[in-house]
Design a protein around this ligand. Structure first.
Ligand code: DOR
Ligand code: ZN
Length: 334
């Protein structure tokens, strides 16, 4: 079966020695990807982002020479309009809003919501997308996302021309909110939130490699996310939030949040859409609606995927991937 080559509208590649391997895993499955800025140090300047992009392109070269990283910056209240323009000139398409302390490398995130409005207004004016990690600090873990919805509604109301992506929606309430808001508000959906509930993390055993933010929630939340993904609504598209952490950073007393789905994303998506009887909705979900929302042209590239069982390795580049050790039915033909 041929499919359009997927775009990943939310991926983490880290930095340093580990980064090239993660880039290759991602570029093997995707033609373009939104690269998240929660590196250490964070991506906050045109200079750093240009350098990071160059390193990503160099790492992708052997796997997919035409791989396109779509760059982002980490939002803070201090940018000038010129800073934003300089970042756009090096390939930045979006800024990422991390509330303080809600996920990996977000201690430097936002705690003064209104304090970011001036920069958000500049983003609206310049046509930069605002990607939002929608979890309210300080709330009970399962309530953090629902508690944040009001902030997304406020942003949508105050900045009607701003494009907002409610990243990795994990609750039925957020799906409903995104549907109700205007066409400038969309959501990404991850492979793991399509597949898992909280039971898959702590139901019968503690599964640290499934632990991520926002937490997968109740069966009815997963059902709402699946319905949205299979609905053919242009407001919902793929962003894997593939987030590699080395095995030792997950299997320890204070484990990091993140699911490494890049090595298995497309085979799992084909499996899930096929199982649900909605394979016809997959092309737009993986390679249509996201591009439309970001205002970039849809890909003309294709990928071939074949029914050929294979077993997902126990580790990939030192990380335990999603579905490690499981046999998947679909395989990308190289
Ligand atoms: O589980 C997560 N991991 N959620 C995020 O929002 C960030 C990510 C990471 O960077 O590891
Ligand atoms: Zn993320």
């Amino acid at each position: 079966m041929h499919l359009p080559l997927p775009d990943d509208f939310h991926a983490h590649l880290r930095q340093g020695d580990l980064m090239p391997g993660y880039v290759r895993d991602l570029a093997a499955q995707f033609g373009r990807a939104i690269i998240m800025p929660n590196t250490v140090p964070a991506m906050t300047s045109a200079k750093a982002i240009a350098e990071y992009k160059k390193e990503i392109l160099a790492a992708a070269k052997d796997v997919r020479p035409d791989f396109e990283p779509l760059m982002t910056f980490k939002l803070n209240p201090n940018y000038t309009e010129q800073d934003l323009k300089d970042m756009m000139a090096v390939g930045v398409v979006a800024g990422k809003y991390y509330p303080a302390g809600v996920t990996t490398n977000s201690a430097d995130g936002i705690s003064d919501f209104e304090g970011i409005f001036p920069v958000v207004a500049m983003m609206e004016k310049l046509g930069l997308v605002l990607c939002v990690h929608g979890e309210e600090p300080g709330e009970f873990c399962l309530d953090r996302e629902p508690a944040f919805i009001k902030r997304v509604e406020t942003l949508a109301e105050k900045f009607p021309k701003l494009k907002i992506v409610f990243e990795h929606v994990s609750s039925a309430k957020s799906v409903e909110a995104v549907k109700k808001l205007g066409p400038n508000v969309a959501a990404t959906i991850t492979v793991h939130h399509l597949m898992m509930t909280l039971d898959d993390i702590v139901g019968d055993a503690l599964r640290p490699h499934h632990f991520c933010k926002p937490l997968p929630k109740r069966p009815e939340d997963r059902a709402a996310i699946r319905k949205a993904a299979f609905s053919g609504s242009p407001k919902f598209f793929l962003g894997t939030d593939s987030a590699p952490h080395q095995l030792g950073k997950k299997e320890c007393p204070c484990g990091a949040a993140g699911v490494y789905s890049a090595p298995v994303a497309l085979p799992l998506l084909v499996q899930e859409f096929e199982k649900a009887g909605h394979l016809d909705k997959l092309p737009d979900f993986i390679a249509g609606f996201g591009a439309d929302f970001y205002g970039i042209s849809r890909t003309t590239k294709q990928v071939e995927i074949v029914k050929e069982p294979w077993t997902v390795p126990a580790t990939v580049n030192g990380v335990v991937p999603l579905a490690a050790g499981e046999t998947l039915e679909w395989k990308i033909k190289r």
